[in-house]
Write a protein that binds this ligand. Sequence first.
Ligand code: 6GU
Length: 241
Amino acid sequence: PSLRLDVITVFPGYLAPVHESLVGKAIERGQISFGVHDLRRWTHDVHHSVDDSPYGGGPGMVMRPTIWGDALDEILTADATLIVPTPAGRLFDQSVAHELAAESHLVFACGRYEGIDQRVVDDAARKVTVRELSIGDYVLAGGEVATLVMIEAIARLLPGVLGNSESAVDDSHSNGLLEGPSYTRPESWRDLDVPAVLRSGNHAAISRWRRDESLRRTAVRRPDLLDKIAPGQLDRRDREI
Ligand code: 6GU
């Protein structure tokens, strides 16, 4: 099962990093097929203009619906999900990444300026699933970097993309908690020692220690995440931490 990704943007060069590292290897192996499309291909006028002033007034420019409509008519397939990155979207988190990793065709519509005419989303939603998604509570200049973030989070969940198929299981967030600290050789470095339990060979004790570190770190750094853990997901020793 392979995943088709298409990105539509006025800055196609922003997507060049997909050909590096893990996602680049998945593309080379044919586990992902990837296309980036310059929105200006669908412009009608000599100036290749993609934006116009907003109805109702206000600052900035809005991307014109006619151009986006023609682009999406060509790129969207019947089985596609359209993703519109926007700071006004629902939050893209690890559970959304898992949902999107189960799809066959994802199309990312990258807006710049003050966004895309809302009718583009409303029209596409008559044909396919549309998800307006934000990657966090801060504002980027456009959807391109958010698209890179989402593609990397999704790609590493595909079967066979990560070298070690176990490694996605205990990631931070996959169990609702932050992952604890990791160590490698040497055993002692600049007067700092690797925690003794990790060298004990006692696998039950190591599991318990990792669980405790994960809970402790989450309580300190992201108490909001602990509040979302169902009581049934915590054992008695978890609750003692
Ligand atoms: Cl998806 N787009 C933009 N422009 N800014 C964002 C974002 C997306 N997510 C957080 N900030």
